[in-house]
Structures are given as C-alpha cells and as structure tokens.
Write a protein that binds this ligand. Structure first.
Ligand SMILES: Cc1cc2nc3c(=O)[nH]c(=O)nc-3n(C[C@H](O)[C@H](O)[C@H](O)COP(=O)(O)OP(=O)(O)OC[C@H]3O[C@@H](n4cnc5c(N)ncnc54)[C@H](O)[C@@H]3O)c2cc1C
Length: 384
C-alpha cells in the first residue's frame, strides 16, 4: 500500500523498466555520440523497445494513438530519460515519436485534419514562433501583425530565436490580429513557411549546442482558417500545455539530470583518494552531497505534487512556475557541485556534467525566464 508521499506500485515498476532501458540503450551511447546528438538511425532502432514498453507517443491520449498516461506517470518517465545527455532538449527529434506542441490543445476539428494528425504521423514539422527582436519575455509586446483582407490575413513582422524554423513546414506564429474592428487582439496563426514573403535569417549557435534562427514575414497571405482558437484565443488555449510542459519537460527532466549528477558525485567521491584519504571522508565533500540530496528530494516532491494536482484537474499555473524554478535551479546547483567534486575530470567531455552545466544554466532563460516567472507568481499571489 503506497504511503501519502510514495509513488503507487505500478509507477515504481514503470520507473524500473524505463531506468533499465536508459542504462542499457542510452547511457552507453554517451561514449559514441555527443550531447543531444542521438541520430535518427538510433531513434529508429529504439522505436521497438519503446513500443514494447508501451511508451510510443508518450504524451498523447489514447484518442490520438498514445498510451493515455496521466502526468504523474509521464513525470516518472521524463525523470528517467533526464539521466542521459544524448537526447535533444528542444526541437522536433524525439525518442517517443514526433512532437506536436501546443496545437494539441488549440486545433479545431477541421484544423486537426490539416495540422495535428499529420504532425502526429511525423509528416508535418511545426515550430513555435513567439519571440521577436524587441519582444522576448513579454508576449503582449509582439509587433508581428496580421491584417484581415477578406478570407486571408496579411502578415508582416519578424521572429528571432526560433528552434527548428529552418527545417519546419509550418510556424505557429503569435501576432497582433487586426480584424478591422479598431482594436487588436493576440492570435496564433499557422503559417506555411513555403509561402511567398517568408524569409529565413541567420542561425544563432548557443551555449547549449542548438542554433535557433530568425524568420521574417513580408506581406505573407495566411488563410483565416489557419487561425488557432475560435476567437483569437490560441494563446490562452495553450496555457494547459505550457503548465504541463513546465512540470514534465523542465521539472521532471531536471530531476533526472540532478539525480545522475548526484550518483556520479557519490561514486567519484568514494573512489578518489587525495592526501591519503577518499574524498568521501571529507566533510566539505559530504556537505555538498548532503545539500544535493536534501534539495533534490524537495524538488521531486514538488514535481510529483504538481503533477498529481494537474491530474485531478486543478489549476496548477502557479505550481508549474514553482516547479520550473525549483527543479531547474536545484539541478544547476547539483550539477555545479558534481563538477567541482570531479575536479579536472568534471570539465572534460568524458562525463555529461559540463554539458548539463551549460544546459541547466540556459534553462533559467528559455521557456520562461526565472525573473519573469517569479514576478508573475508574486503578482498572482498578491492578487488572490
Ligand atoms: C536556444 C534557444 C531556443 C529558443 N527557442 C525558441 C522558440 O522555439 N520559440 C520562441 O518563440 N522563442 C524561443 N527562444 C527565445 C526565448 O524564449 C527567449 O530568449 C526568452 O523568452 C527570453 O526573452 P529575451 O531573450 O528577449 O529576453 P528579455 O525579455 O529581453 O529579458 C532579458 C533579461 O531580463 C529579464 N527580465 C525581463 N523582464 C523582466 C522584468 N519585468 N523584471 C525583471 N527581469 C526581467 C529576463 O529574465 C532576462 O534575464 C529560444 C531562445 C534560445 C536561447
């Protein structure tokens, strides 16, 4: 009988199965390919074992051909796959099948046929285009504008830092909508990137190894039927998807990074002798281990609690901000300590630590910078 703060037996079994899969299939690949560098060939080979575990299209409900797992179960899976560095954090490539992004929540029935189902089958690649040169953290400040002319919107503007824009078929574009009523509303348009007037700009390599790019729109004609969400509410419709993402893709994944870093730290401290004694005997090192275990346990409880509340249908927006900040910042600190305990070895490419150091640092800025999350959380708490 699971206790109040314990996972149910079936989730512990799921954790064991995925942990064994990661240890057997993915961690050995770290010595063969670089961080995030798992190849499409590897992914193809791993599809069989993933289907055997019942995890193909992990994030989808049974209605869309997925396993229909609740969020807590998926967090257990995400934590385990977070233990390896070979998987890309963002973008289109994914071990569990093509990623479909927020259109899962936003498409109406007709749009599902044109966008969602082809994306699930891997036939349509879609990037998410919100950030602009002058508007990053503040989506309300976007200047890209779509003006309605009959059955089409005419789109003008420019987006920056868009992951996979250069290899996508469509961009999901956040813009100001001018429907001729005198006031603009925010909207999400599905824009065919092969349309006349779309231009791809330079790619910008980042410290994480990925290279998002610019894309500009000049008088691009977009059918009004490509507007996501009945009355321009596409952004609001993606709130559930965003909360879920903070809990699983950032929260749970960082638990895996932090747990493996702690495991590596423990192994190394036990095995490495300096000044005639193992590092593990030194209080300075034990404090780093103790602080890491303490912070990781707290972060994990927060992830599991938020996921369970999400599964009960509660509004977890505030909890998801807390989870993202707690897990990412905890992982940052634990990776940093693990790297310190390893000395020079920690700085080499032999271990995933130097990559995770760059990755967890980046995550304090991407997909919701932590200053903005703190501000929004504080504002929400003050107002309630
Ligand atoms: C590798 C990578 C991939 C990305 N992929 C995508 C993508 O696919 N699609 C997409 O749309 N975007 C993407 N982005 C953009 C990313 O989401 C933004 O960089 C992020 O939202 C921050 O926006 P900004 O860079 O404009 O920073 P700014 O908004 O200019 O903020 C600068 C700094 O000021 C802080 N700050 C801002 N406002 C406040 C405030 N009110 N109070 C206190 N501090 C504040 C921020 O926290 C930040 O530290 C990507 C970025 C990177 C680096």
């Amino acid at each position: 009988m699971p206790g109040l703060f314990d996972l149910p037996l079936e989730l512990k079994d799921l954790r064991t199965v995925v942990r064994q899969f990661v240890a057997r299939e993915l961690i050995p690949l770290e010595q063969v390919v670089g961080p995030q560098q798992i190849t499409p060939d590897h992914v193809r080979l791993l599809r069989g074992p993933i289907e055997a575990m019942g995890l193909w299209q992990l994030d989808l409900s049974e209605e869309f051909g997925g396993p229909g797992l609740d969020l807590l179960a998926r967090c257990v899976v995400y934590e385990e796959i977070g233990r390896t560095s070979v998987l890309p954090m963002r973008g289109l490539a994914c071990l569990f099948g093509p990623r479909v992004g927020p259109i899962l929540e936003q498409c109406n029935e007709e749009q599902r046929g044109r966008f969602l189902y082809p994306a699930i089958r891997g036939e349509l690649k879609i990037c998410f285009a919100q950030t602009e040169p002058e508007a990053g953290s503040d989506p309300a400040a976007v200047r890209t504008r779509a003006v309605r002319r009959g059955d089409t919107y005419v789109l003008n503007g420019s987006k920056r830092f868009i992951t996979d824009a250069w290899q996508s078929d469509y961009a999901q574009v956040l813009c100001q909508l001018d429907d001729g009523r005198g006031t603009d509303t925010m909207g999400m348009l599905m824009v065919d990137l092969a349309s006349p007037g779309v231009a791809h700009g330079r790619r910008e390599p980042t410290m994480m190894g990925d290279a998002p790019s610019e894309v500009t729109f000049q008088d691009v004609a977009v059918p009004v039927t490509n507007l996501l969400g009945e009355a321009g509410k596409g952004f609001a419709l993606s709130q559930r998807w965003l909360s879920e993402g903070r809990i699983k893709r950032q929260g749970a994944l960082c638990l895996g990074i932090a747990q493996r870093s702690l495991d590596l730290m423990l192994d190394y401290a036990r095995g490495r002798t300096t000044f005639g004694r193992p590092l593990a005997d030194r209080q300075a090192i034990q404090f780093m281990i103790a602080d890491s275990a303490l912070e990781l346990d707290a972060a994990r409880l927060m992830v599991h609690s938020a996921a369970a509340r999400f599964d009960r249908g509660e509004d977890v927006r505030n909890a998801s901000y807390m989870v993202k900040m707690s897990s990412v910042e905890t992982a940052c600190r634990i990776v940093d300590r693990a790297l310190q305990v390893h000395g020079g070895v920690g700085l080499t490419h032999e271990l995933p630590l130097e990559y995770w150091y760059r990755q967890t640092r980046s995550m304090r800025i991407t997909e919701g910078s932590h200053e903005v999350l703190r501000w929004v959380l504080g504002r929400n708490l003050v107002r309630t």
